[in-house]
Each structure stands twice: as structure tokens, then as C-alpha cells.
Ligand binder design. Structure first.
Ligand SMILES: [Zn+2]
Length: 620
């Protein structure tokens, strides 16, 4: 059992604040546990148990949570009569059976978790909510059973699953029967994932031990409330074992976010809205149709004057970045963060959003405009963690059957020894492999600078788009000049030779489609640049929508299999010409045979139409 904030004020039903009356009221003021502010009359405290001054989040009962999160009256509880027994006849100071009885009386619940179905903004889901007041939200056999039953119900009904955890861990009074619930619930969560159903896990104060180390950590999306204590072992246990004090922010929601373990820290006032957004974006995305399908505007690109002009435009400090495109192209977007191992790499942005009515997984390198943002984002240079985060987003898109859109904009991967030690090259390889087998449409767009393997790691796509002033190359011109001439100043001379412009790469067959930019470059009108890109991405997605999963994966393999061995344009033209000649001759010979047969038979039938021949062929 870990430390928890026993919050006496949060017990009982949510109700309107009682009007203070004279001297009695002064005696029942409720001070904030963290900042001491008087919460007696604060509406947000009454409604959500959140301090308006310091955003301290107090505890809520399971029933209060359900009231706050679900549409009014939509909750249908299931398995509420499953009751714990005392399998070990366990007794410490107080018999386990007496503790259970006391917990039932305090909470009005049969067990520490409440499960059922309900709706959030009219979207149905299965939900499991813990109550810390019931024996510290500990997971005994019945709690584990109810979680597994709820997940199985979600699989049967093909519904998303949401869990809201607060727990001290396993219930020692049930011995190993309690511990094995970790295995049971983690296995159930894995089946949910295999069924392609979303699992959103919300961690609240405190979530520790066997709950945190089982299903609660297996959420596709993991959210946590501000300031929540979250960890495997309680901080006091670790302090005793290691003899070292707990670092100030260790084991908090914010600490986990910066260490790549969770996707977001969400204030309780916004939690319902965030869940609603996820449910809406993830509900039957394939049934949606983009708006304005027939009105997509596709002007002809006008390539830059020279390769070096393209290099300068691609690197222009005001050129729009992934964030600009997300803001302009997607009215709804929720970001997924962290590699679930060690870090959230800000050089790449991943998340799901609405692109013209289609829910897509967007993965884009973020250079960061402005000096400060550029430094914070490491100029779009992703490290090992960034590629692991991207691979996680790719796998989620595969499970949820969402098309993937990647935006490529990086001078290259983060080149430093730390990144090497954490597995930079293997994580790039992981992205390349993952993209090659995902059974969903993938559209990649090079929006700025596409530098080396760090860029290609997001580029294994069914359709590869490239903005007309973008560049995409095996090495930056400066790097090539340094190696070949021992003089980075000669980059300008080499830019042309590297064939890095969009037009060059289209000729080489590396890029499928050129996307036009506003006249003079995308930096001159970022919103219009986003409109043009959106039209071309939607166009590609619409085209790919008709392709079966198997044909997508096979086609993607063939596409990259062909690169570097397919005929050049001139050879392709020669082949086309030869085919024309062959058809003409065959067609001519066939006509002569048919005419001869007609004359020989003396029949008066009409000359045979050679409809199978391509139009414009000489038929005699
Ligand atoms: Zn406060």
C-alpha cells in the first residue's frame, strides 16, 4: 500500500455547496491540502474536487467519476453483485472479512471497481472505474475478474474500453490469488488490442503496484491527472531500500510524461472532453467520407529555378512546419506522446486528427520555427526515442485501421553518442520495417528538408508526395562537399549533382507527386500552402481507399523493390514505342487474315471491328 491523500472532503455525494450560516460555517471551512485556499464556496471544488487556486486534484469516488465522465443516465452497471470471499481465511489485526464489510459500508460498493457500459457525447464505451476508499482500490480476485469481464464485453460488443485507475496494488489478504490478477487483466488488455479496439487508460492519484504494472499500463493511450502519484513501488519503500530521498518530482504524472511513459496530463475539467474527442475520432473512421471530394484544387507545380534555390527555400526559417500544417489542416487533433520507455522526443509530433472528414494518424517531424522552439525541437532531428514513438504511432494506426500521413522535414537524425547508445539506428530500422507491413494506406509528404535515413524512416509509403521547393537527399549538400572536396563551401556546386529537387526525384521514380506551393514559396502564405497540401493528401487517400489491405502491402513492397532497378524514363519511353510498333504490326496482320477469310467464304459480313486494339492504331 502506498501513500495516498485521504481526502475526507471528497466522500459522499456531489452536491451544491451549503450556504455558510454564521459561526457554524466558520468551523466547517475546507482548506486546500496543498495551498490552503478556502474551498468551501468554490464551485469547481464542489463539482470536480479541484482547487481553483493551485489545481490540486482531490479524490473522487467511483460514482462521482462516472457522473462527471458519462452522459447523464447512460451508465448501465454490470457484475455489481460479484462479491469477494476470504479464500485464505486471512486475519491480521482485523479479519479480512471484517475489512471487506467495513469497505462496503463506507463506499456503498460491493468491490473496489465499478464496471459497465455508458456513453460519452453519445459514443458508447465500456468503462471500469476504481474507488480508492474501498481497501485502497486494491486488486483482489473479484476486481481482476470484473476488469477481465469488462474487457471481454468490450471485445464482444466491439466497443472502446476506458479504465480510470486509483489503486495501491495487489490485495495481500488474498495472497497469490490476488497477484495473478495482474496476469489475467494484462492478458485481457492484449486481446483487446489484438481485436483493434481502442483502450484509453486514465491514471489518477494514486495508481501504483499491481494495477499500474498490469492492464493500466497497457492502454493504447495513457492519460493522467495533474500531480497524481504514479509508480510501481511506493516512494517510502524505495527510500527505505535505497537510502536516498525521492527526487522532488519523481513518480508524478508530469514526471512520467517527460520520461515518455504516458501520452498526456489532463486537467479533470477537460478529461471528459479529451475522452469524447478520442471516441469521436476513433468511431468507425472508415465510414466517413471527405467533404468536397470533387472540388479538390490541384494546380500545376512550378519547380524552383535551380537546385540551390530549392535548398534555400526548403530551409527558409519561416517555412511552415508540421505544427503549422496540423493547425491549418485539422480541426481536431489529439497528440500521442512518449516512446513508453524513456523520453518524449519533441522533434516528432504524432497523433490522430480529422483530415477532411477522415481520421488519420499523423506523424510529422517538427523543426520548430523561431530560435527557442527550434532549439527545443532539436531542429527536427529525431533521436532513438523519437523513432520509437513514431513506430508506436504506426502500430496503433495499424491496429485501429487508420490511414497514416507522415510529414518529412528534418536535416537528419540526431547525431550524438547518447542517441547512438539508446539505439538510434535500430529504431530507424524499426520504422522502416513497421511501415512496410502495415495494412493501412500510407501517404508521405516531404514538406521541407528530407535528410538521409532519418527522413526516409517516415517515408515508406504507398504514395510519396513532395512540395515543389522541398529537397530530399542521401546527404546534405554541405556534407557531400566536405567529404568529396574537403570543403563545405562547395555545397552549392554539388546541390545540382545530388538530384535532390522534387522534379529530379519525380524523374527518378522516388517521388510520385509534386505538390505546388504558393508563388515564391510556402513561407509566403502558410495557410494556402496547407490547403494545397491537404488537397493532394486527400486525393492520394481517396485513391488508396479502394485498395484491399493485401494489395496495399504487396504494392508497397513492390514499389520499393523496384526502386533503383526500374528502367529510366528514356528506357521506359523506348519500351512504350516498341510496344506500339508491335501492336500495329499484329493488328495489321490480323486484319489481313480476317479480310482474306471473309473473301474466301464469299460472305458479305461487315469488316470485323478490332475493338481490342488501342484507339488510333492503324488497322490495315
Ligand atoms: Zn490549492
Amino acid at each position: 500500500m502506498t501513500v495516498h491523500s485521504a481526502d475526507s472532503a471528497s466522500s459522499g455525494e456531489l452536491r451544491e455547496p451549503e450556504k455558510p450560516v454564521g459561526a457554524i460555517a466558520a468551523a466547517v471551512t475546507t482548506p486546500c491540502r496543498r495551498c490552503g485556499a478556502d474551498l468551501t464556496d468554490a464551485p469547481i471544488w464542489q463539482r470536480l474536487r479541484v482547487c481553483p487556486s493551485c489545481r490540486y486534484h482531490g479524490q473522487l469516488s467511483a460514482r462521482q467519476r462516472i457522473d462527471i465522465l458519462l452522459d447523464t443516465g447512460s451508465f448501465k452497471e454490470s457484475h455489481q453483485n460479484l462479491t469477494s470471499v476470504d479464500p485464505l481465511l486471512f486475519s491480521d489485526r482485523v479479519p479480512y472479512s471484517a475489512r471487506l464489510e467495513e469497505a462496503r459500508e463506507t463506499t456503498g460498493l460491493e468491490e473496489a471497481v465499478v464496471v459497465g457500459t455508458g456513453r460519452i457525447n453519445a459514443r458508447e464505451c465500456v468503462i471500469a472505474v476504481f474507488d480508492f476508499k474501498f481497501m485502497g482500490g486494491s486488486m483482489g480476485a473479484v476486481v481482476g475478474e470484473k476488469i477481465a469481464l469488462a474487457i471481454e464485453h468490450a471485445i464482444d460488443r466491439h466497443l472502446p474500453f476506458i479504465s480510470v485507475s486509483t489503486s495501491g496494488g495487489a490485495r495481500m489478504q488474498e495472497g497469490m490469488l490476488s497477484l495473478v490478477q495482474m496476469a489475467k487483466t494484462a492478458a485481457a488488455a492484449t486481446r483487446l488490442h489484438a481485436a483493434g479496439l481502442p483502450f484509453i487508460s486514465v491514471l489518477t492519484d494514486p495508481t501504483t503496484g499491481g494495477v499500474y504494472a498490469s492492464f493500466a499500463s497497457r492502454g493504447d493511450v495513457i492519460l493522467a491527472e495533474p500531480g497524481a502519484l504514479i509508480g510501481f513501488a511506493g516512494p517510502r519503500v524505495i527510500e527505505q531500500l535505497t537510502g536516498r530521498p525521492k527526487p522532488k518530482d519523481a513518480q508524478t504524472a508530469e514526471y512520467l510524461l517527460s520520461n515518455g511513459q504516458i501520452d498526456d496530463v489532463v486537467d479533470r475539467a477537460r478529461l471528459r472532453n479529451v475522452l469524447a474527442t478520442y471516441l469521436q475520432l476513433l468511431s468507425a473512421p472508415s465510414n466517413l467520407r471527405p467533404r468536397g471530394e470533387h472540388e479538390l484544387y490541384r494546380p500545376e507545380p512550378r519547380p524552383p529555378a535551380s537546385a540551390w534555390t530549392a535548398v534555400e527555400l526548403a530551409r527558409h526559417p519561416d517555412r511552415p512546419t508540421t505544427r503549422d500544417y496540423i493547425q491549418a489542416m485539422m480541426p481536431q487533433f489529439v497528440e500521442l506522446r512518449g516512446d513508453r520507455t524513456s523520453l518524449d522526443d519533441p522533434a516528432v509530433i504524432c497523433g490522430i486528427g480529422d483530415l477532411g472528414g477522415i481520421t488519420v494518424m499523423l506523424i510529422g517531424q517538427e523543426r520548430g520555427r523561431g530560435e527557442e522552439e527550434h532549439a527545443r525541437r532539436n531542429g527536427g532531428r529525431m533521436g532513438a526515442e523519437g523513432y520509437r514513438k513514431a513506430a508506436r504511432a504506426m502500430r496503433l494506426a495499424g491496429a485501429w485501421k487508420l490511414p497514416i500521413v507522415t510529414l518529412i522535414d528534418t536535416p537528419g537524425a540526431a547525431l550524438d553518442f547518447d542517441s547512438e547508445a539508446r539505439g538510434l539506428a535500430p529504431s530507424i530500422a524499426q520504422c522502416l520495417s513497421t511501415m512496410s507491413i502495415l495494412p493501412v494506406p500510407i501517404v508521405a509528404a516531404v514538406i521541407g528538408e528530407g535528410g538521409s535515413g532519418g527522413a526516409l524512416a517516415l517515408g515508406v509509403a504507398d504514395r510519396i508526395l513532395m512540395l515543389e521547393n522541398a529537397i530530399y537527399s542521401v546527404i546534405a549538400p554541405e556534407g557531400a562537399a566536405a567529404i568529396l572536396y574537403h570543403d563545405a563551401q562547395r555545397a552549392r556546386d554539388l546541390a545540382d549533382a545530388l538530384k535532390l529537387t522534387a522534379a529530379d526525384l519525380k524523374l527518378l521514380g522516388v517521388v510520385d507527386t509534386l505538390v505546388p506551393e504558393p508563388e515564391g514559396g510556402a513561407h509566403l502564405d502558410r495557410d494556402y500552402a496547407a490547403l494545397l497540401l491537404k488537397n493532394f493528401v486527400l486525393d492520394a487517400l481517396l485513391e488508396l481507399r479502394k485498395t484491399s489491405q493485401k494489395r496495399l502491402v504487396d504494392g508497397r513492397y513492390r514499389k520499393f523493390r523496384q526502386m533503383g532497378r526500374q528502367p529510366t524514363t528514356s528506357r521506359r519511353e523506348t519500351m512504350a514505342h516498341e510496344m506500339d510498333e508491335l501492336q500495329k504490326r499484329l493488328g495489321g496482320a490480323l486484319s489481313q487474315v480476317l479480310e482474306y477469310l471473309a473473301l474466301r467464304d464469299g460472305s458479305s459480313r461487315e469488316p470485323v471491328e478490332l475493338a481490342a486494339l488501342p484507339p488510333g492504331e492503324n488497322r490495315h
